[in-house]
Design a protein around this ligand. Structure first.
Ligand SMILES: Nc1ncnc2c1ncn2[C@@H]1O[C@H](COP(=O)(O)OP(=O)(O)OP(=O)(O)O)[C@@H](O)[C@H]1O
Ligand SMILES: O=c1[nH]c(=O)c2[nH+]cn([C@@H]3O[C@H](COP(=O)(O)O)[C@@H](O)[C@H]3O)c2[nH]1
Ligand SMILES: NC(=O)CC[C@H](N)C(=O)O
Ligand SMILES: [Mg+2]
Length: 555
């Protein structure tokens, strides 16, 4: 998505995002301006849970450049303090847009700051739970002062994460709630529907936080809750048809993962056989993955899939490379090279067969919102944690244009979409597998030997998870091959072999995650099988770090 409204959802640049025109025209939408809080994406999720579409853009987004009119604006929290020299500033147009505004934590402080109040470091830092007290306004007060907390108990627990506080109330505002340490825990403008809250309503620890957000989005902004997956399918199919035209052809990057399968099914519904699905065997897939996916997509999805064997090309390019980001870029770039070559080949074939199809201009990818969310941070590339192969790892001069129907969605929304499209449960419920595959799970150099070890260990791990009936309780599970050797004893002989680390996590949206608590006997069986069956491994570790501070993948 480019800085200013591109004509399609997807766009190769990892620059600020804008909502696809068709979505905003069809649905009431909320704009969330991100000041860099680690919880910003949760605001997006919560609003979507009310069936209201919302889009998060960096706080540097100027309202004047926005091609659509939001029904309301939410300003997120931030690691900054408003009095810092480099602190991100709110676009003053936000308060003149004529739509309700809600500032959360830093958003409240920046609003107060804008309206002339002093914000200062406090002796009473509040991290964690606080009890909010809602102040009932006098009978002659403007009605909107009571609106945000209407129906919310006078006292309820909220979650705080701040060390700054307002020194005083900005002129023209009223305090609408307090806590013991925050005398201005919630404020509202006396005339305009501008609100600020010091707590984080988006985290589940704020007991009635979701209700406060609902009050804002539905009752105050007046958003109609029309954003459902049913309506999304309809609109998206229409949009794809218009975009591609009556003769246009699309090549699809399909991996067997749930995202690209859902995207492929949607595309197939929209343009039928003018869609050509391609899976690339990049040499770092799971054991027998290419064969299994081929069968699954043809049989279960009715999509015609070609598997391109490019294992040697990828593995040769990866030879000698140990840096994780370099691996990611090489894989991202090589994927595109292969797709462009394949697109030209399909065009020639269609022409030779006297077919009607036009040029292949489009590449379908199953990119999701979490894949892009980091690259739209206002902090820019310096904050990039890792380059997702399908976002930051693309070729700069690629000829194919991207079409990414799921770019605005979270994983659970995609799964719901898949079920509505009648995609079988075993496909919809599959654990994600990253495009760069085992290359980012083999720490150090990726060789054919290392791939074989990683594949065999992974197959055993997943097999045991399934046998224990735990597959659906786990969000993602895999093995990482560590670049170290350790001494062991096998068959009375000294061994000096590699160490494999098992990782299994539970997560709702893959933005945060917790490690899975396996029963001891299951771990024991896994460890036993791996050391016995996989040549080259003499130790098995289990990873017990959540995200954050770790990430799900090892690199
Ligand atoms: N081996 C592959 N061949 C072709 N395209 C791929 C391959 N691996 C990844 N892609 C493309 O990159 C996109 C992003 O990969 P990602 O792993 O995030 O999604 P997915 O594979 O569709 O679903 P999941 O996240 O469940 O694995 C895919 O949707 C697909 O378009
Ligand atoms: O297709 C992908 N291409 C990538 O480059 C990539 N990097 C991470 N992932 C997947 O994203 C989710 C979050 O992973 P991290 O916590 O490691 O960032 C997890 O599900 C990861 O498997 C990727 N998927
Ligand atoms: N979570 C936040 O938005 C914190 C804002 C500001 N940095 C503070 O400490 O008060
Ligand atoms: Mg995948």
């Amino acid at each position: 998505m480019a800085a200013i409204a591109p004509p399609v959802n997807g766009d190769a640049t990892p620059a600020p995002a804008q909502l696809a025109d068709s979505i905003v025209q069809a649905f009431d939408s909320i704009l969330i301006l991100d000041f860099g809080s680690q919880y910003s994406h949760l605001i997006v999720r919560r609003c979507r849970e009310f069936n209201v579409y919302c889009e998060m853009l960096p706080c540097t987004q100027k309202l004047a450049d926005l091609k659509w009119k939001p029904k309301g604006i939410i300003l997120s929290g931030s690691p900054f303090s408003v009095y810092e020299k480099d602190a991100p500033r709110v676009d003053p147009a936000v308060y003149e847009a004529g739509v309700p505004v809600l500032g959360v934590c830093y958003g409240l402080q920046e609003t107060a700051n804008f309206f002339g109040a002093r914000v200062e470091a406090s002796d009473h830092r509040e991290y964690g739970e606080a009890i909010i007290k809602v102040l009932q306004q006098p009978a002659d007060a403007p009605a909107h002062l009571n609106r945000l907390f209407e129906g919310i108990p006078t006292e309820s627990p909220v979650w705080m994460s701040h060390s700054d506080r307002l020194h005083s109330l900005p002129e023209g505002f009223t305090t609408i709630a307090t806590t013991e340490s925050a005398p201005f825990a919630a404020i509202a403008h006396n005339e305009k529907e501008i609100y600020g809250i010091q707590f984080h309503p988006e985290v589940t620890h704020s007991l009635r936080g979701k209700d406060v957000l609902r009050r804002f989005v539905i009752d105050i902004c007046g958003c109609a809750p029309g954003w459902t997956m049913e309506s999304f399918i309809e609109k998206e199919i229409e949009r794809i048809r218009t975009l591609v035209g009556p003769k246009g052809q699309v090549i699809g990057a399909v991996s067997g993962g749930v995202d690209s399968s859902v995207a492929a099914k949607l595309m197939h519904e929209a343009i039928g056989d003018r869609f050509h699905a391609i899976m690339v065997d990049n040499g770092v897939l799971r054991l027998n993955e290419a064969q299994q996916v081929h069968k699954m997509l043809c049989e279960d999805l009715g999509v015609n899939l070609t598997v391109v064997d490019a294992a040697d090309l990828f593995l040769d390019k990866l030879a000698g490379v140990t840096d994780p980001e370099k691996k990611r870029k090489i894989i991202g770039n090589t994927f595109i090279e292969v797709f462009e070559e394949k697109a030209a080949e399909i065009e020639r074939e269609v022409k030779a067969a006297g077919g009607e199809g036009g040029e292949i201009e489009w590449l379908l990818q199953g990119t999701l919102y979490p894949d892009v969310i980091e690259s739209i941070s206002f902090k820019g590339p310096s904050a990039t944690i890792k380059t997702h192969h399908n976002v930051g790892g693309l070729l700069d001069d690629m000829k194919l244009k991207l079409i990414e129907p799921l770019r605005e969605l979270f994983k659970d929304e995609v799964r719901a979409l898949g079920r509505l499209l009648h995609i079988p449960e075993h496909l919809v419920g599959r654990h994600p597998f990253p495009g760069p595959g085992l290359a980012i799970r083999i720490l150090g150099e990726v060789t054919r030997e290392q791939v074989k070890i990683a594949q065999e260990a992974d197959a055993i791990f997943i097999d045991e998870i399934r046998k224990a009936g735990l597959y659906d309780q786990i969000s993602q599970a895999f093995c990482a091959l560590l670049p170290v050797r350790a001494v062991g004893v096998q068959g009375d002989r000294r061994t000096y072999e590699q160490v494999i680390c098992l990782r299994a996590v539970k997560t709702e949206d893959f933005m945060t995650a917790d490690w899975f608590d396996f029963p001891g006997p299951v771990l024991r069986k896994m460890s036993n099988r791996i050391t016995n069956e996989v040549k080259g491994i003499n130790r098995v570790l289990y990873e017990v770090t959540s995200k954050p501070p770790a990430t799900i993948e090892f690199c």
